[in-house]
Design a binder for this molecule. Structure first.
Ligand SMILES: [Zn+2]
Length: 105
């Protein structure tokens, strides 16, 4: 038992909050599963076999690292820094119109 209020959680996201990116990953996963490719982007174990696609791309290392950070939602966005307690305002500092998550960045 936790001494915490119940809340609505989005299970595909590791932070349990809805993001366009996590919805995209879920839709892509469903599409690949429907095609029977077996190349699901996520496995119950949490493995991501498609990481090889990123790491084997013939692009500069900084582009591979950026792709991995984007796919794993670990870019230093305002939203992620808020989640980690490093920022208080998740609003984009460039446009100021919406939250800066990975998709916005
Ligand atoms: Zn912006």
């Amino acid at each position: 038992m936790r001494n915490q209020e119940d809340f609505i959680a989005w299970h595909p996201d590791k932070h349990r909050s809805f993001t366009v990116w996590s919805a995209y990953c879920l839709a892509l996963d469903e599409q690949l599963r429907a095609q029977g490719s077996g190349a699901s982007s996520c496995r119950p174990s949490g493995d991501r076999p498609d990481w090889k696609l990123i790491w084997q791309c013939a692009v500069p290392p900084k582009v591979r690292i950026f792709g991995w950070k984007l796919a794993s939602d670990s870019l230093a966005t305002q939203v992620n820094m808020c989640i980690r307690g490093m920022e208080e305002d998740p609003t984009c500092t460039l446009c100021g119109r919406e939250q800066e998550d990975s998709f916005h960045a």
